[in-house]
Design a protein. Structure first.
Length: 411
């Protein structure tokens, strides 16, 4: 039996199929819209989440940037022999602090004592001959005036006097040279500082041609700390300021940094800056700065790794918040703020360094904003909350209680 398909008058099969498809789409869209409205009503009717909020703290701050550097000695001396001979004695203990002028090494002084005695004898003979020649020249002057001798004889006497005078000067210079050689046999500390190890021991022959230094000596008070600063920051930190004259105390406009070393908390050493290099390294785009760190007890040594904090600008008023209130959204930092309707707002912020445990906020917040510091995982922008006002100082106690915080809270 053949089935018969009834044809709707005035409508083709293709037209009917198109209308059926449109009807299905409209039906699905209506159902989806109804579902979203249901979710929105459910969200609106959800109870407000309890959160803790705190007002930003306003303080006068001087922003600073952190760098790394190395400590170096003001004076670094390689002790070398200036005369040749046998090294008789090492007169110091390795690693000891020594004073300027303190005896460190003794080279066999006997040859130089003998040379000095010989030079002094030569000088004494020259001086005796000079005295005789002086008396002869005086008599020759008197005889020449009385026409008792010829001018040729007078010239001979006068020339002998001049020759002996020159010989006496040479003998005197030889005595000075011999005294220096004898002095060089006793090697003394040229500066105050700390001795390294003895690189040459007693019994070895040493001299000016010896490649290896006898030892090294470094000064310890004060120490220099060298820091490489990017060119833009160096201009910002250094150029507007006036450096104190060398050897004087830091002036009112001098840049004073803070320095910390391994095992130290924070930056316990105040270090005035006394030098900025005269050029920017084109390979790295940095300028070298130097800070002076007092080291009266000699505890710090050259070569130490240093953490350096340099001020960026003059004092200004700034808003401070806890790191507990800061979240990370990819490469951006943000906070949640509660408005006057107790609704959550998303605020992108630009942050600065820490100041007394709180983070400086450069942009994004205003005085009087209620910043969510606890309960941030339970809120989202636009949601209603029940805020409880706390202080930024109380966040340590809040942090010890179980609660969620923003991911990546520390910028």
């Amino acid at each position: 039996m053949k089935s018969k398909t009834q044809r709707v008058p005035g409508m083709t099969f293709r037209e009917a199929a198109s209308k059926i498809a449109v009807l299905a789409i409209v039906t699905a869209s209506t159902a989806c819209h109804g579902k979203l409205e249901t979710q929105a009503r459910a969200s609106t009717s959800a109870p407000a989440a309890p959160v803790s909020v705190a007002l930003p703290v306003t303080e006068t701050v001087i922003e600073a940037s952190e760098y790394t550097g190395r400590a170096e000695a003001v004076d670094y001396v390689e002790l070398r022999a200036r005369v040749a001979g046998e090294l008789q004695r090492v007169a110091f203990h390795e690693g000891d602090l020594v004073k300027r002028g303190e005896l460190l090494f003794v080279i066999d002084p006997r040859p130089y004592e003998a040379a000095l005695a010989r030079a002094k004898g030569t000088l004494a003979r020259s001086q005796a001959d000079l005295r005789v020649a002086g008396r002869d020249a005086a008599r020759a002057d008197a005889l020449l005036n009385s026409k008792s001798i010829s001018e040729h004889e007078w010239d001979t006497q006068s020339g002998a006097l001049q020759q002996l005078t020159a010989a006496s000067q040479v003998a005197s210079a030889e005595v000075t040279s011999a005294e220096l050689d004898l002095e060089y046999a006793f090697i003394r500390a040229p500066v105050n500082g700390r001795m390294g190890r003895a690189l040459v021991t007693a019994g070895n022959l040493v001299g000016p041609t010896t490649i290896t230094p006898l030892a090294t000596l470094v000064s310890v008070d004060p120490l220099y700390v060298y820091v490489d600063v990017d060119e833009a920051r160096a201009l910002h930190v250094v150029r507007p300021r006036v450096r104190a004259p060398s050897g004087s105390a830091a002036g009112a406009n001098a840049v004073v940094g803070k320095v910390g070393f391994a095992g130290e908390d924070g930056y316990p050493h105040a270090a005035p800056m006394d030098f900025m290099d005269n050029r920017v390294d084109p390979a790295t785009g940095t300028t070298k700065l130097r800070l002076v760190v007092p080291n009266p007890d000699g505890h710090l040594t050259p070569g130490l790794f240093a953490r350096v904090e340099l001020p960026d600008d003059s004092a200004r008023q700034a808003l401070l918040i806890s790191d507990h209130a800061v979240g990370t959204d990819q490469d951006r930092k943000f906070t949640y703020v509660v408005d006057s309707d107790n609704k959550v707002q998303y605020r992108a912020v630009k942050l600065g360094p820490l100041h007394h445990g709180l983070r400086v906020v450069r942009e994004g917040l205003h005085m009087g904003d209620r910043v969510i510091v606890r309960g941030t995982q339970r809120v989202r922008p636009g949601s209603s909350v029940l805020p409880t006002l706390v202080t930024m100082d109380s966040l340590d106690q809040l942090a010890s209680a179980p609660a969620g915080g923003l991911s990546g809270g520390k910028p």
